[in-house]
Design a protein around this ligand. Sequence first.
Ligand code: NAD
Length: 508
Amino acid sequence: MTATQTTYPGSFIAGAQHGNAGDPLEVVNPAEGRAFASVAAATEADVDAAVHAAASALPAWSDLAVSKRGEILGRAAHHVEEHIDELIPLLTREQGKTLRDSRIEITKAIDTLMHYVGLSKALRGAHTPNLDPGVEGYVLRRPLGVVGAIVPWNFPTTLLCNKLAPALVAGNTVVAKPAATTPLTTLRFAELLAEGGLPEGVFNVVTGRGSQAGEALVTHKDVRKIAFTGSTPVGEQIMALAARGTKRVTLELGGSDPMIICDDADLAAAASAASMGRFYNCGQACLAIKRVYVFDSVADEVIESIVEKAKRLKVGRGDVKGTQMGPMHTAGGREEMSAQVSRTLKSGGELRAGGGPPDDPDLADGFFYEPTVVVDPPHDAPMATEEVFGPALPIWRVGDLDEAIERANASPFGLGSSVWTRDLARAREAATRIEAGYTWINSRTKVYDELPFGGWKSSGYGKEHGEEAFDYYTETKSVVLGATVLTGATTKRRRASARSASSEARSV
Ligand code: NAD
Protein backbone atom coordinates (compact mmCIF):
# COMPACT_ATOMS: atom_id res chain seq x y z
CA MET A 1 0.00 0.00 0.00
CA THR A 2 1.34 3.49 -0.79
CA ALA A 3 1.00 6.59 1.41
CA THR A 4 -1.32 8.23 -1.12
CA GLN A 5 -3.95 5.52 -0.82
CA THR A 6 -7.09 6.10 1.20
CA THR A 7 -7.98 3.25 3.52
CA TYR A 8 -11.57 2.30 4.23
CA PRO A 9 -12.74 0.22 7.18
CA GLY A 10 -14.91 -1.98 4.97
CA SER A 11 -18.53 -2.77 5.54
CA PHE A 12 -21.64 -0.70 6.25
CA ILE A 13 -23.72 -2.41 8.88
CA ALA A 14 -26.73 -1.23 10.89
CA GLY A 15 -26.45 2.31 9.56
CA ALA A 16 -22.75 2.81 10.32
CA GLN A 17 -19.29 2.05 8.96
CA HIS A 18 -17.99 -1.24 10.29
CA GLY A 19 -14.31 -2.14 10.48
CA ASN A 20 -13.81 -5.51 8.84
CA ALA A 21 -11.36 -7.92 10.41
CA GLY A 22 -9.92 -9.19 7.09
CA ASP A 23 -6.85 -8.11 5.16
CA PRO A 24 -6.91 -4.92 3.04
CA LEU A 25 -7.96 -5.32 -0.60
CA GLU A 26 -6.63 -2.77 -3.06
CA VAL A 27 -8.97 -0.72 -5.26
CA VAL A 28 -7.26 0.01 -8.57
CA ASN A 29 -7.95 2.81 -11.03
CA PRO A 30 -8.17 0.87 -14.32
CA ALA A 31 -7.06 3.93 -16.31
CA GLU A 32 -3.76 4.06 -14.38
CA GLY A 33 -3.24 0.45 -13.38
CA ARG A 34 -2.52 1.67 -9.83
CA ALA A 35 -4.31 1.30 -6.51
CA PHE A 36 -5.75 4.46 -4.99
CA ALA A 37 -7.56 2.97 -2.02
CA SER A 38 -7.76 -0.12 0.09
CA VAL A 39 -10.75 -1.62 1.81
CA ALA A 40 -10.57 -4.22 4.55
CA ALA A 41 -12.15 -7.53 3.53
CA ALA A 42 -15.09 -8.94 5.45
CA THR A 43 -14.53 -12.20 7.30
CA GLU A 44 -17.22 -14.72 8.15
CA ALA A 45 -17.74 -12.88 11.47
CA ASP A 46 -18.25 -9.55 9.67
CA VAL A 47 -20.81 -11.15 7.35
CA ASP A 48 -22.53 -12.63 10.38
CA ALA A 49 -22.75 -9.15 11.94
CA ALA A 50 -24.37 -7.80 8.76
CA VAL A 51 -26.89 -10.64 8.56
CA HIS A 52 -27.66 -10.18 12.25
CA ALA A 53 -28.34 -6.46 11.65
CA ALA A 54 -30.61 -7.27 8.70
CA ALA A 55 -32.48 -9.93 10.70
CA SER A 56 -32.96 -7.50 13.60
CA ALA A 57 -34.37 -4.83 11.29
CA LEU A 58 -36.72 -7.27 9.57
CA PRO A 59 -39.77 -7.36 11.89
CA ALA A 60 -40.27 -3.59 12.02
CA TRP A 61 -39.60 -3.13 8.30
CA SER A 62 -41.85 -5.97 7.14
CA ASP A 63 -44.66 -4.76 9.44
CA LEU A 64 -44.86 -1.38 7.70
CA ALA A 65 -47.54 -0.85 5.08
CA VAL A 66 -46.07 -1.55 1.69
CA SER A 67 -46.77 2.02 0.55
CA LYS A 68 -44.98 3.34 3.67
CA ARG A 69 -41.89 1.30 2.74
CA GLY A 70 -42.12 2.81 -0.73
CA GLU A 71 -42.39 6.29 0.73
CA ILE A 72 -39.27 5.81 2.90
CA LEU A 73 -37.30 4.31 0.02
CA GLY A 74 -38.41 7.14 -2.27
CA ARG A 75 -37.12 9.80 0.14
CA ALA A 76 -33.83 7.96 0.55
CA ALA A 77 -33.44 7.58 -3.24
CA HIS A 78 -34.06 11.29 -3.63
CA HIS A 79 -31.20 11.97 -1.19
CA VAL A 80 -28.90 9.77 -3.29
CA GLU A 81 -29.93 11.73 -6.37
CA GLU A 82 -28.97 14.99 -4.66
CA HIS A 83 -25.44 13.57 -4.24
CA ILE A 84 -25.08 12.07 -7.69
CA ASP A 85 -22.19 14.43 -8.56
CA GLU A 86 -20.20 12.91 -5.74
CA LEU A 87 -20.89 9.32 -6.83
CA ILE A 88 -20.11 9.79 -10.54
CA PRO A 89 -16.32 10.40 -10.28
CA LEU A 90 -16.01 7.69 -7.64
CA LEU A 91 -17.60 5.15 -9.97
CA THR A 92 -15.39 6.22 -12.86
CA ARG A 93 -12.30 6.01 -10.69
CA GLU A 94 -12.88 2.49 -9.41
CA GLN A 95 -14.63 1.00 -12.46
CA GLY A 96 -13.01 2.83 -15.38
CA LYS A 97 -16.12 3.86 -17.36
CA THR A 98 -16.53 7.38 -18.71
CA LEU A 99 -18.05 10.08 -16.52
CA ARG A 100 -20.98 10.23 -18.92
CA ASP A 101 -21.59 6.49 -18.55
CA SER A 102 -21.28 6.74 -14.76
CA ARG A 103 -24.00 9.40 -14.80
CA ILE A 104 -26.20 7.23 -17.02
CA GLU A 105 -25.65 4.22 -14.78
CA ILE A 106 -26.39 5.93 -11.46
CA THR A 107 -29.38 7.78 -12.89
CA LYS A 108 -30.77 4.45 -14.06
CA ALA A 109 -30.15 2.90 -10.63
CA ILE A 110 -32.16 5.69 -8.98
CA ASP A 111 -34.88 5.33 -11.63
CA THR A 112 -35.20 1.67 -10.75
CA LEU A 113 -35.60 2.50 -7.06
CA MET A 114 -38.30 5.02 -7.99
CA HIS A 115 -40.04 2.54 -10.29
CA TYR A 116 -40.60 0.18 -7.36
CA VAL A 117 -41.54 3.11 -5.11
CA GLY A 118 -44.32 3.75 -7.63
CA LEU A 119 -45.34 0.09 -7.67
CA SER A 120 -45.59 0.12 -3.88
CA LYS A 121 -48.86 2.01 -4.29
CA ALA A 122 -50.20 -0.20 -7.03
CA LEU A 123 -49.70 -3.74 -5.75
CA ARG A 124 -52.79 -5.90 -5.80
CA GLY A 125 -53.41 -9.51 -5.01
CA ALA A 126 -55.56 -12.34 -6.31
CA HIS A 127 -58.97 -13.02 -4.77
CA THR A 128 -61.24 -15.86 -5.87
CA PRO A 129 -64.87 -15.81 -4.74
CA ASN A 130 -67.05 -18.91 -4.58
CA LEU A 131 -64.35 -21.60 -4.64
CA ASP A 132 -67.11 -23.73 -3.15
CA PRO A 133 -70.47 -22.37 -2.12
CA GLY A 134 -69.71 -19.67 0.45
CA VAL A 135 -65.97 -20.36 0.29
CA GLU A 136 -63.51 -17.80 -0.98
CA GLY A 137 -59.78 -17.63 -1.26
CA TYR A 138 -57.03 -15.10 -1.59
CA VAL A 139 -53.30 -15.17 -2.12
CA LEU A 140 -51.23 -13.68 0.65
CA ARG A 141 -47.70 -12.53 -0.08
CA ARG A 142 -45.07 -12.44 2.63
CA PRO A 143 -41.45 -11.26 2.44
CA LEU A 144 -38.78 -13.94 2.39
CA GLY A 145 -36.62 -12.44 5.14
CA VAL A 146 -32.94 -11.52 4.80
CA VAL A 147 -31.82 -11.35 1.18
CA GLY A 148 -28.16 -11.57 0.11
CA ALA A 149 -27.44 -9.53 -3.03
CA ILE A 150 -24.16 -10.37 -4.80
CA VAL A 151 -23.16 -7.98 -7.55
CA PRO A 152 -20.32 -7.79 -10.13
CA TRP A 153 -18.16 -4.80 -11.06
CA ASN A 154 -19.47 -3.83 -14.49
CA PHE A 155 -22.58 -1.92 -13.30
CA PRO A 156 -22.20 -1.82 -9.51
CA THR A 157 -25.17 0.48 -8.84
CA THR A 158 -27.82 -0.59 -11.35
CA LEU A 159 -27.27 -4.29 -10.71
CA LEU A 160 -27.55 -3.58 -6.99
CA CYS A 161 -30.77 -1.55 -7.32
CA ASN A 162 -32.40 -4.18 -9.55
CA LYS A 163 -32.34 -6.34 -6.42
CA LEU A 164 -32.61 -3.79 -3.66
CA ALA A 165 -35.75 -2.06 -4.93
CA PRO A 166 -38.16 -5.02 -5.20
CA ALA A 167 -36.59 -6.72 -2.17
CA LEU A 168 -37.12 -3.72 0.12
CA VAL A 169 -40.56 -2.79 -1.18
CA ALA A 170 -41.63 -6.40 -0.65
CA GLY A 171 -40.58 -6.12 3.01
CA ASN A 172 -37.25 -7.94 3.04
CA THR A 173 -34.00 -6.60 4.44
CA VAL A 174 -30.78 -6.86 2.45
CA VAL A 175 -27.07 -7.57 2.83
CA ALA A 176 -25.22 -6.73 -0.40
CA LYS A 177 -21.74 -7.76 -1.45
CA PRO A 178 -20.21 -5.69 -4.26
CA ALA A 179 -17.29 -7.02 -6.30
CA ALA A 180 -13.97 -6.85 -4.45
CA THR A 181 -12.72 -4.39 -7.09
CA THR A 182 -15.65 -1.90 -6.89
CA PRO A 183 -16.67 -1.51 -3.24
CA LEU A 184 -16.52 2.28 -2.90
CA THR A 185 -19.57 3.50 -4.85
CA THR A 186 -21.72 0.86 -3.17
CA LEU A 187 -20.52 1.84 0.31
CA ARG A 188 -21.26 5.52 -0.32
CA PHE A 189 -24.61 4.63 -1.92
CA ALA A 190 -25.57 2.76 1.27
CA GLU A 191 -24.49 5.67 3.46
CA LEU A 192 -26.57 8.07 1.38
CA LEU A 193 -29.65 5.87 1.59
CA ALA A 194 -29.21 5.77 5.36
CA GLU A 195 -28.75 9.56 5.56
CA GLY A 196 -31.91 9.83 3.46
CA GLY A 197 -33.90 7.97 6.10
CA LEU A 198 -33.65 4.25 5.32
CA PRO A 199 -33.81 2.68 8.80
CA GLU A 200 -30.64 1.12 10.13
CA GLY A 201 -30.10 -2.54 9.30
CA VAL A 202 -32.57 -2.53 6.41
CA PHE A 203 -29.71 -2.33 3.91
CA ASN A 204 -26.18 -3.43 4.77
CA VAL A 205 -23.05 -3.85 2.67
CA VAL A 206 -20.16 -6.27 3.20
CA THR A 207 -17.03 -5.86 1.13
CA GLY A 208 -14.56 -8.58 0.28
CA ARG A 209 -13.76 -11.57 -1.85
CA GLY A 210 -16.37 -13.83 -3.41
CA SER A 211 -14.71 -16.95 -2.05
CA GLN A 212 -14.81 -15.59 1.50
CA ALA A 213 -17.45 -12.90 2.15
CA GLY A 214 -19.59 -14.10 -0.79
CA GLU A 215 -19.68 -17.72 0.28
CA ALA A 216 -20.23 -16.76 3.92
CA LEU A 217 -23.32 -14.83 2.80
CA VAL A 218 -24.64 -17.63 0.58
CA THR A 219 -24.22 -20.26 3.30
CA HIS A 220 -25.42 -18.16 6.25
CA LYS A 221 -28.30 -19.95 7.92
CA ASP A 222 -30.36 -16.75 8.36
CA VAL A 223 -30.19 -15.70 4.69
CA ARG A 224 -33.31 -16.89 2.87
CA LYS A 225 -32.49 -15.82 -0.65
CA ILE A 226 -29.49 -15.04 -2.81
CA ALA A 227 -29.95 -12.65 -5.71
CA PHE A 228 -26.81 -13.06 -7.78
CA THR A 229 -25.48 -11.34 -10.87
CA GLY A 230 -22.18 -12.54 -12.26
CA SER A 231 -20.52 -15.24 -14.30
CA THR A 232 -22.14 -18.57 -15.12
CA PRO A 233 -19.52 -20.74 -13.32
CA VAL A 234 -19.92 -18.76 -10.07
CA GLY A 235 -23.72 -18.78 -10.48
CA GLU A 236 -23.69 -22.56 -10.74
CA GLN A 237 -21.53 -22.77 -7.63
CA ILE A 238 -23.94 -20.51 -5.75
CA MET A 239 -26.94 -22.55 -6.83
CA ALA A 240 -25.25 -25.67 -5.45
CA LEU A 241 -24.35 -23.96 -2.15
CA ALA A 242 -27.86 -22.53 -1.81
CA ALA A 243 -29.38 -25.98 -2.20
CA ARG A 244 -28.43 -26.61 1.42
CA GLY A 245 -31.22 -24.91 3.32
CA THR A 246 -33.39 -24.81 0.15
CA LYS A 247 -32.60 -21.12 -0.24
CA ARG A 248 -34.26 -19.17 -3.01
CA VAL A 249 -31.93 -18.01 -5.77
CA THR A 250 -32.11 -15.79 -8.79
CA LEU A 251 -29.18 -15.96 -11.14
CA GLU A 252 -28.43 -13.27 -13.72
CA LEU A 253 -25.44 -14.77 -15.52
CA GLY A 254 -23.31 -14.49 -18.61
CA GLY A 255 -24.50 -13.83 -22.14
CA SER A 256 -23.38 -13.94 -25.75
CA ASP A 257 -26.15 -11.92 -27.34
CA PRO A 258 -26.66 -12.39 -31.07
CA MET A 259 -27.72 -9.57 -33.39
CA ILE A 260 -29.34 -10.47 -36.71
CA ILE A 261 -29.25 -7.88 -39.49
CA CYS A 262 -31.61 -8.75 -42.36
CA ASP A 263 -31.27 -7.45 -45.93
CA ASP A 264 -34.27 -5.11 -45.52
CA ALA A 265 -33.00 -3.45 -42.33
CA ASP A 266 -32.15 0.20 -41.85
CA LEU A 267 -28.47 -0.63 -42.32
CA ALA A 268 -27.05 2.63 -40.96
CA ALA A 269 -29.10 2.33 -37.76
CA ALA A 270 -28.15 -1.34 -37.41
CA ALA A 271 -24.42 -0.61 -37.80
CA SER A 272 -24.61 2.15 -35.16
CA ALA A 273 -26.46 -0.19 -32.83
CA ALA A 274 -23.83 -2.90 -33.33
CA SER A 275 -21.05 -0.48 -32.48
CA MET A 276 -22.80 1.08 -29.48
CA GLY A 277 -24.13 -2.28 -28.32
CA ARG A 278 -20.69 -3.87 -28.38
CA PHE A 279 -18.35 -1.08 -27.25
CA TYR A 280 -20.54 0.60 -24.61
CA ASN A 281 -18.93 0.22 -21.15
CA CYS A 282 -15.84 -1.08 -22.99
CA GLY A 283 -17.80 -4.15 -24.03
CA GLN A 284 -18.26 -5.24 -20.44
CA ALA A 285 -22.01 -5.67 -20.28
CA CYS A 286 -23.88 -8.93 -19.89
CA LEU A 287 -26.27 -7.97 -22.68
CA ALA A 288 -23.73 -6.36 -24.98
CA ILE A 289 -24.04 -7.41 -28.61
CA LYS A 290 -21.44 -10.17 -28.72
CA ARG A 291 -22.13 -11.83 -32.11
CA VAL A 292 -23.42 -10.23 -35.31
CA TYR A 293 -25.03 -12.27 -38.12
CA VAL A 294 -25.61 -10.18 -41.24
CA PHE A 295 -27.31 -11.24 -44.48
CA ASP A 296 -24.74 -11.83 -47.23
CA SER A 297 -26.26 -9.39 -49.71
CA VAL A 298 -25.77 -6.39 -47.37
CA ALA A 299 -22.78 -7.68 -45.38
CA ASP A 300 -20.01 -5.65 -47.05
CA GLU A 301 -21.77 -2.35 -46.42
CA VAL A 302 -22.62 -3.18 -42.80
CA ILE A 303 -19.17 -4.55 -41.95
CA GLU A 304 -17.46 -1.53 -43.50
CA SER A 305 -19.63 0.81 -41.45
CA ILE A 306 -19.05 -1.06 -38.14
CA VAL A 307 -15.27 -1.19 -38.79
CA GLU A 308 -15.21 2.56 -39.50
CA LYS A 309 -17.06 3.31 -36.26
CA ALA A 310 -14.76 1.04 -34.25
CA LYS A 311 -11.66 2.79 -35.64
CA ARG A 312 -13.10 6.24 -34.91
CA LEU A 313 -14.07 5.59 -31.27
CA LYS A 314 -12.07 7.78 -28.93
CA VAL A 315 -10.40 5.52 -26.37
CA GLY A 316 -9.05 7.16 -23.23
CA ARG A 317 -9.37 7.80 -19.54
CA GLY A 318 -12.94 7.85 -18.36
CA ASP A 319 -12.42 11.15 -16.55
CA VAL A 320 -11.21 13.01 -19.66
CA LYS A 321 -13.78 14.96 -21.64
CA GLY A 322 -14.51 13.52 -25.06
CA THR A 323 -13.55 9.94 -24.23
CA GLN A 324 -16.02 7.51 -25.73
CA MET A 325 -14.57 4.25 -24.43
CA GLY A 326 -12.58 3.83 -21.21
CA PRO A 327 -10.23 1.02 -20.17
CA MET A 328 -11.19 -2.54 -19.40
CA HIS A 329 -11.75 -3.08 -15.70
CA THR A 330 -8.82 -5.36 -14.86
CA ALA A 331 -5.52 -6.50 -16.32
CA GLY A 332 -6.75 -10.10 -15.99
CA GLY A 333 -9.92 -9.39 -17.97
CA ARG A 334 -7.88 -7.80 -20.73
CA GLU A 335 -5.49 -10.76 -20.88
CA GLU A 336 -8.37 -13.20 -21.05
CA MET A 337 -10.07 -11.36 -23.89
CA SER A 338 -6.83 -10.80 -25.74
CA ALA A 339 -6.23 -14.58 -25.61
CA GLN A 340 -9.76 -15.24 -26.95
CA VAL A 341 -9.06 -12.92 -29.90
CA SER A 342 -5.66 -14.55 -30.61
CA ARG A 343 -7.01 -18.09 -30.38
CA THR A 344 -9.87 -17.12 -32.68
CA LEU A 345 -7.59 -15.54 -35.28
CA LYS A 346 -5.35 -18.61 -35.21
CA SER A 347 -8.32 -20.70 -36.25
CA GLY A 348 -9.41 -18.27 -39.00
CA GLY A 349 -11.23 -15.00 -39.62
CA GLU A 350 -10.02 -11.58 -40.64
CA LEU A 351 -8.98 -8.89 -38.16
CA ARG A 352 -10.53 -5.65 -39.47
CA ALA A 353 -10.01 -3.27 -36.52
CA GLY A 354 -8.07 -3.16 -33.24
CA GLY A 355 -6.60 -6.38 -31.95
CA GLY A 356 -4.56 -5.05 -29.02
CA PRO A 357 -3.83 -2.13 -26.69
CA PRO A 358 -3.63 1.37 -28.22
CA ASP A 359 -0.20 2.89 -29.05
CA ASP A 360 -0.76 6.10 -27.05
CA PRO A 361 2.02 6.21 -24.36
CA ASP A 362 -0.32 8.12 -22.01
CA LEU A 363 -2.51 5.03 -21.88
CA ALA A 364 0.32 2.52 -21.42
CA ASP A 365 -0.28 1.88 -17.69
CA GLY A 366 -4.05 1.44 -17.91
CA PHE A 367 -5.97 -1.66 -19.05
CA PHE A 368 -6.90 -0.25 -22.46
CA TYR A 369 -7.74 -2.32 -25.53
CA GLU A 370 -8.75 -1.02 -28.92
CA PRO A 371 -12.24 -1.62 -30.31
CA THR A 372 -11.76 -4.82 -32.27
CA VAL A 373 -13.68 -6.37 -35.15
CA VAL A 374 -13.10 -9.89 -36.50
CA VAL A 375 -14.98 -11.01 -39.61
CA ASP A 376 -16.03 -14.57 -40.42
CA PRO A 377 -14.05 -16.63 -37.91
CA PRO A 378 -15.01 -20.33 -37.73
CA HIS A 379 -18.31 -20.96 -35.98
CA ASP A 380 -16.55 -23.03 -33.33
CA ALA A 381 -13.90 -20.37 -32.56
CA PRO A 382 -13.66 -19.04 -28.97
CA MET A 383 -15.31 -15.74 -29.96
CA ALA A 384 -18.35 -17.70 -31.13
CA THR A 385 -18.72 -20.20 -28.31
CA GLU A 386 -17.44 -18.32 -25.24
CA GLU A 387 -18.62 -15.09 -23.65
CA VAL A 388 -16.34 -12.25 -24.82
CA PHE A 389 -16.37 -9.71 -21.99
CA GLY A 390 -14.65 -6.74 -23.60
CA PRO A 391 -14.51 -4.62 -26.76
CA ALA A 392 -14.16 -7.30 -29.43
CA LEU A 393 -16.91 -8.09 -31.93
CA PRO A 394 -17.10 -11.08 -34.27
CA ILE A 395 -19.29 -10.73 -37.40
CA TRP A 396 -20.48 -13.53 -39.69
CA ARG A 397 -22.18 -13.46 -43.09
CA VAL A 398 -25.31 -15.65 -43.26
CA GLY A 399 -27.57 -16.70 -46.14
CA ASP A 400 -31.02 -16.17 -44.65
CA LEU A 401 -33.10 -15.87 -41.47
CA ASP A 402 -33.16 -19.63 -40.84
CA GLU A 403 -29.38 -19.81 -40.84
CA ALA A 404 -29.11 -16.69 -38.68
CA ILE A 405 -31.50 -18.08 -36.06
CA GLU A 406 -29.77 -21.45 -36.08
CA ARG A 407 -26.41 -19.77 -35.47
CA ALA A 408 -27.89 -17.43 -32.87
CA ASN A 409 -29.24 -20.39 -30.91
CA ALA A 410 -26.01 -22.42 -31.20
CA SER A 411 -24.72 -20.98 -27.92
CA PRO A 412 -24.97 -22.15 -24.33
CA PHE A 413 -26.22 -18.66 -23.44
CA GLY A 414 -29.69 -17.15 -23.84
CA LEU A 415 -29.72 -13.67 -22.32
CA GLY A 416 -30.65 -11.04 -24.93
CA SER A 417 -30.84 -10.84 -28.72
CA SER A 418 -31.78 -8.36 -31.41
CA VAL A 419 -33.21 -8.45 -34.91
CA TRP A 420 -33.08 -5.70 -37.52
CA THR A 421 -35.68 -5.83 -40.28
CA ARG A 422 -38.58 -3.79 -41.68
CA ASP A 423 -40.66 -6.93 -42.14
CA LEU A 424 -42.99 -7.49 -39.19
CA ALA A 425 -43.56 -11.16 -40.01
CA ARG A 426 -39.81 -11.82 -40.01
CA ALA A 427 -39.41 -9.90 -36.76
CA ARG A 428 -42.14 -11.89 -35.05
CA GLU A 429 -40.79 -15.18 -36.31
CA ALA A 430 -37.32 -14.37 -35.04
CA ALA A 431 -38.67 -13.16 -31.67
CA THR A 432 -40.51 -16.47 -31.28
CA ARG A 433 -37.65 -18.74 -32.33
CA ILE A 434 -34.61 -17.12 -30.69
CA GLU A 435 -33.80 -18.76 -27.36
CA ALA A 436 -33.28 -15.75 -25.10
CA GLY A 437 -35.01 -13.81 -22.36
CA TYR A 438 -35.19 -10.55 -24.37
CA THR A 439 -35.47 -9.78 -28.07
CA TRP A 440 -35.11 -6.20 -29.27
CA ILE A 441 -36.50 -5.49 -32.73
CA ASN A 442 -34.86 -2.50 -34.44
CA SER A 443 -33.61 -1.53 -31.01
CA ARG A 444 -30.82 -2.62 -28.69
CA THR A 445 -29.64 -3.39 -25.18
CA LYS A 446 -31.89 -1.05 -23.20
CA VAL A 447 -33.49 -2.79 -20.24
CA TYR A 448 -36.84 -1.38 -19.15
CA ASP A 449 -38.00 -1.47 -15.55
CA GLU A 450 -41.50 -2.21 -16.85
CA LEU A 451 -40.53 -5.55 -18.46
CA PRO A 452 -39.15 -8.70 -16.82
CA PHE A 453 -35.50 -9.42 -17.58
CA GLY A 454 -33.66 -12.70 -17.12
CA GLY A 455 -31.75 -15.29 -19.09
CA TRP A 456 -32.58 -18.67 -20.55
CA LYS A 457 -30.20 -21.64 -20.68
CA SER A 458 -26.81 -20.90 -19.05
CA SER A 459 -27.70 -17.22 -18.73
CA GLY A 460 -29.55 -17.80 -15.52
CA TYR A 461 -32.73 -18.37 -13.67
CA GLY A 462 -35.49 -16.02 -12.49
CA LYS A 463 -36.47 -12.49 -13.45
CA GLU A 464 -35.49 -9.01 -12.38
CA HIS A 465 -37.45 -5.85 -13.30
CA GLY A 466 -41.18 -5.71 -13.94
CA GLU A 467 -43.81 -6.62 -11.39
CA GLU A 468 -42.52 -10.17 -11.88
CA ALA A 469 -39.51 -9.32 -9.70
CA PHE A 470 -41.79 -9.39 -6.64
CA ASP A 471 -42.40 -13.10 -7.27
CA TYR A 472 -38.73 -13.66 -6.50
CA TYR A 473 -38.75 -11.72 -3.22
CA THR A 474 -41.92 -13.11 -1.66
CA GLU A 475 -43.50 -16.37 -0.60
CA THR A 476 -47.16 -16.72 -1.46
CA LYS A 477 -49.74 -18.48 0.58
CA SER A 478 -53.22 -19.47 -0.52
CA VAL A 479 -55.73 -18.67 2.19
CA VAL A 480 -59.16 -20.26 2.09
CA LEU A 481 -62.01 -18.66 4.01
CA GLY A 482 -64.44 -21.48 4.72
CA ALA A 483 -68.22 -21.28 4.52
CA THR A 484 -69.96 -19.74 7.48
CA VAL A 485 -73.64 -19.68 8.34
CA LEU A 486 -74.29 -15.99 8.09
CA THR A 487 -76.11 -14.41 10.99
CA GLY A 488 -76.20 -10.67 11.66
CA ALA A 489 -73.14 -10.94 13.94
CA THR A 490 -71.19 -13.29 11.67
CA THR A 491 -71.99 -11.11 8.68
CA LYS A 492 -70.32 -8.21 10.48
CA ARG A 493 -67.33 -10.37 11.34
CA ARG A 494 -67.16 -11.67 7.76
CA ARG A 495 -67.25 -8.15 6.38
CA ALA A 496 -64.45 -7.12 8.72
CA SER A 497 -62.45 -10.21 7.78
CA ALA A 498 -63.07 -9.63 4.07
CA ARG A 499 -61.81 -6.06 4.50
CA SER A 500 -58.66 -7.21 6.22
CA ALA A 501 -58.25 -10.02 3.67
CA SER A 502 -58.33 -7.58 0.81
CA SER A 503 -55.79 -5.32 2.47
CA GLU A 504 -53.53 -8.30 3.25
CA ALA A 505 -53.90 -9.53 -0.29
CA ARG A 506 -52.48 -6.20 -1.39
CA SER A 507 -49.63 -6.00 1.07
CA VAL A 508 -46.43 -7.94 1.17
P1 NAD B 1 -18.09 -13.14 -10.96
O1 NAD B 1 -19.05 -14.27 -11.04
O2 NAD B 1 -16.66 -13.47 -10.91
O3 NAD B 1 -18.37 -12.24 -9.65
C1 NAD B 1 -19.62 -11.66 -9.40
C2 NAD B 1 -19.80 -11.47 -7.90
O4 NAD B 1 -19.79 -12.74 -7.26
C3 NAD B 1 -18.67 -10.66 -7.24
O5 NAD B 1 -19.22 -9.86 -6.21
C4 NAD B 1 -17.80 -11.75 -6.65
O6 NAD B 1 -17.01 -11.32 -5.56
C5 NAD B 1 -18.85 -12.76 -6.21
N1 NAD B 1 -18.35 -14.14 -6.07
C6 NAD B 1 -17.34 -14.74 -6.73
N2 NAD B 1 -17.19 -16.01 -6.30
C7 NAD B 1 -18.14 -16.23 -5.37
C8 NAD B 1 -18.50 -17.35 -4.58
N3 NAD B 1 -17.85 -18.51 -4.65
N4 NAD B 1 -19.53 -17.23 -3.71
C9 NAD B 1 -20.22 -16.06 -3.63
N5 NAD B 1 -19.92 -14.96 -4.34
C10 NAD B 1 -18.89 -15.04 -5.21
O7 NAD B 1 -18.45 -12.21 -12.17
P2 NAD B 1 -17.59 -11.05 -12.82
O8 NAD B 1 -16.59 -11.66 -13.71
O9 NAD B 1 -17.14 -10.13 -11.77
O10 NAD B 1 -18.72 -10.32 -13.70
C11 NAD B 1 -18.89 -10.50 -15.05
C12 NAD B 1 -19.92 -11.56 -15.35
O11 NAD B 1 -21.19 -11.12 -14.87
C13 NAD B 1 -20.09 -11.78 -16.83
O12 NAD B 1 -20.22 -13.16 -17.09
C14 NAD B 1 -21.39 -11.06 -17.14
O13 NAD B 1 -22.06 -11.51 -18.29
C15 NAD B 1 -22.16 -11.31 -15.89
N6 NAD B 1 -23.25 -10.33 -15.77
C16 NAD B 1 -24.54 -10.75 -15.92
C17 NAD B 1 -25.59 -9.82 -15.87
C18 NAD B 1 -27.03 -10.25 -16.03
O14 NAD B 1 -27.91 -9.47 -15.70
N7 NAD B 1 -27.30 -11.43 -16.56
C19 NAD B 1 -25.30 -8.48 -15.65
C20 NAD B 1 -23.98 -8.09 -15.51
C21 NAD B 1 -22.96 -9.03 -15.55
